[in-house]
Design a protein. Structure first.
Ligand SMILES: N[C@@H](CCC[C@H](N)C(=O)O)C(=O)O
Length: 280
């Protein structure tokens, strides 16, 4: 049996995209890991599956699997690639699509089809610890853990469909991403693990960011991480409502008008190649 796929990326955060609208796609942890493996498989940070909608008002369903086989409720860079994919595969010609994600819905707008730029209304951020989920704390602007990889750590925490911790650093280049990232990702306070962002504030409308992603390690860009970092900075009073986020793979734009509002993420979506997997 052969399975068609498309390799895509958003600022180097790379994906294998599969169409599950015609034939249902079930990938267990082992199959997902094998597909995402950069040496023995196609290789990617995440696998994105386009599903039929789960609710009457949606156009599609969206499943996201990390390279370690775990499932996530959100992938911002993937959402832009998703929109490009469904249009180019002829699955829709809409310029505004509504997509069912794990625990909600998001809309994705084509800003410029020729330049492949998209804007995603990602989620209304959640700050309540139970919704992140983060245990052992009451809701606060910042949280402190005494010992993460031997260091005391202060961070903001929120969910935008998936969980994020955001740490402030002086310089993203020298941030201890490889040490703190995996230690906080797996800290027992985050019962479903967490994506860990390291944010350097450059100006009120500009940050630099690196993200150690849950289930994938450090990536060249993380869309939901960019949104979470901008929100954390806006909540702290250090950033304005429009933020340019520079990641190792390039720039994303985030807009957030405040509590109870959707956060918007804008950026590119690139198609790399199409292929066929022969499944034994
Ligand atoms: N690359 C993503 C986030 C993918 C999921 C994440 N690793 C998680 O487990 O929540 C993005 O662009 O948002």
């Amino acid at each position: 049996m052969a399975l068609s796929f498309t390799k895509m990326h958003g600022l180097g955060n790379d994906f294998v995209v599969l169409d599950g609208t015609r034939t249902p796609i079930a990938l267990d942890v082992h199959a997902a890991r094998a597909l995402a493996d950069r040496h023995f498989g196609v290789g990617c940070d995440q696998i994105l599956i386009v599903d039929p909608p789960r609710r009457a008002n949606a156009d599609f369903g969206y499943r996201i699997l990390n390279s370690d086989g775990s499932e996530s409720g959100q992938c911002g860079n993937g959402a832009r690639c998703f929109a490009r994919y469904v249009r180019e595969q002829g699955l829709t010609d809409k310029t505004l699509i509504t997509v069912d994600v794990f625990d909600g819905q998001m809309t994705i707008e084509t800003l410029d089809a020729a330049a492949h730029r998209y804007r995603v209304a990602l989620a209304i951020p959640a700050f309540e610890p139970a919704r992140i989920p983060l245990t052992g704390f009451n809701q606060a602007r910042s949280y402190r853990l005494k010992n993460v990889a031997g260091r005391p750590l202060t961070f903001a925490a929120l969910a935008v469909g998936n969980p994020h911790a955001v740490l402030r650093v002086k310089d993203v280049e020298t941030a201890e991403v490889g040490l703190i990232g995996p230690a906080l990702e797996a800290h027992p306070a985050f019962v479903q693990r967490v994506n860990v962002g390291f944010m350097q504030v450059v100006a009120r409308d500009h940050v630099r960011l690196r993200v150690y992603e849950r289930g994938a390690g450090e990536t060249l860009a993380c869309g939901s991480g960019a949104a979470a970092a901008a929100i954390a900075g806006i909540e702290a009073g250090d950033l304005d409502a429009h933020v340019r986020v520079d990641l190792p793979g390039g720039r994303l734009e985030v807009d957030w008008a405040g509590r109870d509002e959707f956060v918007y993420l804008s950026g590119p979506a690139e198609r790399v190649f199409d292929g066929k997997l022969v499944l034994s």
